[in-house]
Design a protein around this ligand. Structure first.
Ligand code: FMN
Length: 163
């Protein structure tokens, strides 16, 4: 593996989340990595590019849902991570099945490993990104699904325990 300072982050395996976000007028979904603040805290960290549509909606609503992608959602993660939601509704275009949570609320995406609703508690600009720290307000888990990891531009299903 060829690594230099500009791509040193590739050394770290990442979670894969489908971040859903909505206002009363608009909704969107993007792919992102997310990290928890600490194992015994219900806070998460995401980093969102300032120029993308999801960023506008997070700024407007102060909320989002981290749909933790499952093994069957590789294609969906790639698609929502490549399309931009300003002009299109990705949910309609991609036929994404959701569990709606009320008008203006980001939906839970079905067939995800977990759905974690979050409320932004603080944010911080880092270059072209805004880093959000958000508190969990609600969650659901489907333990029949296996979560994905993203490493070296490839997706892996977390299945076997290493000993
Ligand atoms: C696996 C994966 C992880 C990604 N992680 C992030 C991320 O952490 N932050 C970010 O701003 N964009 C990330 N992206 C890119 C966004 O998902 C992408 O720019 C998306 O098209 C934005 O959509 P929007 O304009 O509708 O908000 C990732 C894409 C993929 C495929």
């Amino acid at each position: 593996m060829s690594v230099n300072l500009s791509n040193v982050t590739r050394l770290v395996p990442s979670s894969v989340a489908l971040l859903s976000v909505a206002t009363k007028e608009k909704r969107d979904v993007m792919a992102c990595g997310c990290m928890f603040v600490a194992e015994d805290q219900h806070f998460f960290i995401v980093s969102v590019a300032k120029h993308i549509f999801s960023h506008d909606l997070i700024e407007a609503s102060g909320e989002f849902v981290l749909n933790i992608a499952s093994e069957g959602q590789v294609g969906l993660a790639q698609k929502v991570g490549a399309l931009h939601g300003q002009q299109i509704d990705k949910y309609q275009k991609l036929g994404i099945e959701t569990e709606d949570r009320g008008k203006g609320k980001a939906p839970f995406i079905k067939s995800s490993f977990a759905n974690i609703a979050c409320k932004v508690v603080t944010s911080y600009p880092v270059g072209k990104y805004t880093v959000y720290i958000a508190e969990t307000t609600d969650f659901a888990v489907d333990s029949t699904q296996k979560p994905l990891a993203w490493y070296g531009d490839r997706y892996f299903a977390l299945k076997d325990e290493a000993r």
